[in-house]
Design a protein around this ligand. Structure first.
Ligand code: SF4
Ligand code: SF4
Length: 79
């Protein structure tokens, strides 16, 4: 299944609390070894199967995650 959404993580807002990691049903978010300017480890997306469920964005206490769903393909018109 192709990725259905793009997930953007504002690394300077992330504090590595991992709530989004727990919330993702695909276990698609992981804590990386990268640090932001405040010294927090930040999460990154580690799946190409994101469904765009938005769970991660909803639980993030710092609004660090934005989810952009891919538009659905148009259905062929009935003739
Ligand atoms: S819930 Fe938000 S602050 Fe916490 S690790 Fe995920 S992106 Fe970072
Ligand atoms: S939108 Fe859903 S499937 Fe995609 S990374 Fe966030 S919690 Fe996981």
């Amino acid at each position: 299944m192709a990725r259905k959404a793009t997930v953007l993580i504002d690394k300077e807002l992330c504090k590595g609390c991992e709530l989004c990691v727990i919330a993702c049903p695909l276990e698609g978010l992981v804590l990386s070894d990268d640090l932001n300017l405040k010294g927090y480890r930040i999460v990154r997306l580690d799946t190409d199967k994101c469904t765009g469920c938005v769970n991660c964005a909803l639980v993030c206490p710092d609004s660090a995650i934005s989810v952009f769903r891919e538009p659905k393909a148009a259905k062929p018109e009935a003739t």
